[in-house]
Design a protein around this ligand. Structure first.
Ligand SMILES: *Cc1c(COP(=O)(O)O)cnc(C)c1O
Length: 232
């Protein structure tokens, strides 16, 4: 990339401000997760030095060396599909898990969190678009899932997460993001969680402005912000 990290942060921040202005939102309610899965330890270190604090990684194997070196400096978000046998690696290291999508994972996360005496912030991943290639609970299964996990008191269900289809025209992703917001509001109306679900983790490099207009509180930005190193 020819631009510097500082320039990209400034540009992304401007675009977030404008999306908030268009939709009457306060930009302080939109948090940036810098997705560092494509870049090196050095580049991840530069991201933290730039003042961004939220780091997103999608595989423990890729994140491990970065976390070992930099873990204490930031807040870590696990955004990828999480295998049950990897829970032991990420618990206590990643403060947020964005990809809870099945009961076996909920139980294992809870078991490990309880053993460590901590609570873990969790987003339920929802497959709003219905694409077969995507992980996530189908929207109609979410109420029962919340009822089933309600006894797992070390899991703090703070939000919902989704991924939109990869569209050339980001406007086409809008129904997916709107669907996640409407699901959140419906769930809150049903009162299935001790605290209302406030957070929406949605929007990536291609579509974050549309996601913000539809209520995103966490946008997960890799390519547009951190960049994408060749061969990684
Ligand atoms: C890689 C990834 C992102 C960031 O993707 P970009 O399009 O590069 O911004 C966001 N969310 C998830 C779940 C990812 O795996």
């Amino acid at each position: 990339m020819s631009s510097t990290l500082q320039e990209r942060i400034a540009e992304v921040s401007r675009r977030i401000e404008r999306a908030c202005a268009r939709s009457g939102r306060d930009s302080r309610d939109v948090h940036i997760i810098a997705v560092t899965k494509y870049v090196s330890l050095e580049a991840t270190s530069a991201v933290l030095a730039s003042g961004l604090v939220n780091i997103g990684e999608n595989r423990w194997q890729v994140a491990e060396s970065k976390w070992e070196a930099l873990g204490h400096q930031g807040t870590w978000h696990f955004i990828g599909h999480l295998q049950t046998n990897k829970v032991k690696d990420v618990i206590g290291k990643f403060q947020y898990i964005h990809s809870l999508d099945r009961m076996s994972l909920a139980k294992e996360l809870h078991r490990k969190a309880e053993a460590e005496g901590l609570d873990v912030n969790v987003f339920l991943q929802v497959n709003v678009s219905g694409e077969e290639s995507k992980y996530g609970l189908s929207p109609d299964k979410v109420p029962d899932f919340l009822r089933e996990i309600s006894g797992l008191n070390h899991l703090k269900i703070i939000g919902l997460m989704t991924m939109a289809p990869n569209e050339e025209d980001p406007e086409l992703t809008r129904p997916v993001f709107r669907g996640l917001r409407e699901l959140r509001d419906k769930l809150n109306g049903m009162g299935l969680t001790p605290e209302p679900i406030t957070e929406l983790s949605m929007g990536m490099s291609n579509d974050f402005e549309v996601a913000i207009e539809e209520g995103a509180t966490w946008v997960r930005l890799g390519t547009v912000l951190v960049g994408h190193e060749e061969g990684s």
